[in-house]
Design a binder for this molecule. Structure first.
Ligand code: PLP
Length: 375
């Protein structure tokens, strides 16, 4: 069996393993673990990832939107799910009917949740979000006392309050403790309003490096996919391998140039292999001339421009067999490139690389337990 044109292989046992590592750390602080599976599980497939995370010991799931959370429920997942970012016209009623916990960051949002409660006759489970310095989503500190007062008066259950770090991936950054102090202040104000919320604050980086900020629940995302945002020695295993295969091999004479714009010219006679993946499959064109692939047991440079559908690999005097596997990125354990290397070359983060692999032309294959029921 030859590899398909473009395939993301997702190792679900790696996901379960990574969650077990993170949940183990959380447990030492008495905290539970919410596995974040937003953006279709960071490009890995939300439903299979969620199941693997629950097997690994997660007791909550985090989704960005109500639509993402409902997709988890529709697949039969019954674990607690929290959602946190929707548009102002989102109807919360389907979320309440599906037993999904919703985040409230403002009084208008609270009003919409209470409205959905009135229409469904259900009592919403709400997590209040306070902005402690990321200055993105979450209730501004000045409006927080009024929000907790209104929440305490509403026909809702305030399950938790939470916030999100700006710089937890830079251990030692002073903003981390500043945000935690503001979080504590907001907690005291919630208690004064008569609320007894759980607290959650830690993303992957804080889960790995700041146990004092685990509180009752941690919310790791990227680390469950095996990508570590902080240089710790934790045994995390990248879950995604991106691969393709050789479809054509040819010999070039010295002086021939390769791909659009002729940006690379063969300095000597050489053999090149054509691989049918390009920027239409998640290989950024800006990697042109700056990356290699794993082919025939070693790294070989990709030469010339990345096209929409194809790349060309310089194999020197070695002739790859047709159909040979080409690994674009993987775990790195055999020496193959990693998503992190792509990110470093491009000046971005590996989050963007793997999340960008959710594309119609890239087939997903699950190994290490179950298949994706949607595929
Ligand atoms: C994405 C996200 C996380 C996970 O962050 P990582 O850095 O991937 O661990 C946690 N909480 C919220 C609210 C998020 O949006």
């Amino acid at each position: 069996m030859y590899p398909p044109r473009a395939e993301a292989v997702i190792d679900l046992s790696a996901i379960s393993h990574n969650v077990a590592v993170l949940a183990g750390k959380a447990r030492q602080s008495g905290a539970g673990t919410m596995a974040v599976v937003k953006a279709d599980g960071y490009g890995h497939g939300a439903v299979p990832v969620a199941r693997a995370a629950l097997r690994g010991g997660a007791n909550w799931l985090g989704a960005c939107s109500v639509a993402e959370a409902l997709a988890l429920r529709e697949s039969g997942i019954t674990a607690p799910v929290l959602t946190w970012l929707d548009t102002v016209d989102t109807d919360f009623a389907p979320a309440l009917r599906a037993g999904i916990d919703v985040t409230v960051s403002s009084q208008p949002e609270l009003a919409r949740v209470i409205d959905a409660a009135g229409r469904t006759g259900l009592r919403p489970r709400v997590h209040l979000k306070v902005d402690t310095g990321l200055c993105r989503n979450g209730c501004a500190a000045a409006e927080w006392p009024a929000l907790v007062k209104a929440a305490a008066a509403g026909e809702i259950d305030v399950v938790a309050m939470w916030s999100h770090f700006a710089c937890a991936d830079e251990p030692g950054d002073p903003s981390i403790d500043v945000q935690a102090a503001r979080f504590d202040e907001a907690y005291r104000s919630a208690r004064q309003a008569g609320l007894h919320p759980l607290r959650h604050l830690a993303n992957s980086a804080a889960t790995l490096t700041r146990p004092e900020y685990h509180f009752e629940l941690v919310r790791p995302g990227i680390a469950i996919y095996g990508l570590n945002p902080v240089p710790t020695a934790d045994d995390l295993r990248p879950a995604m391998t991106f691969r393709s295969s050789v479809v054509l091999v040819k010999r070039l004479v010295a002086g021939e140039s390769v791909s659009y714009g002729h940006t690379w010219t063969a300095p000597r006679e050489t053999t090149v292999a054509l691989v049918p993946v390009g920027y239409g499959d998640g290989v950024p064109r800006s990697l042109s001339g700056r990356f290699s692939v794993w082919l025939g047991g070693r790294r070989r440079p990709v030469v010339g421009r990345v096209c929409m559908d194809q790349i060309v690999v310089d194999c020197g005097d070695w002739e790859p067999p047709l159909g040979a596997e080409v690994v674009l990125f993987g775990t790195g354990s055999s020496g193959e490139p990693t998503a992190r290397e792509w990110a470093d070359t491009l000046g971005t983060i590996d989050y963007e690389i793997v999340t960008g692999m959710y594309r119609p032309r890239v087939r997903r294959r699950y190994v290490g337990t179950e298949g994706d029921p949607r595929e």
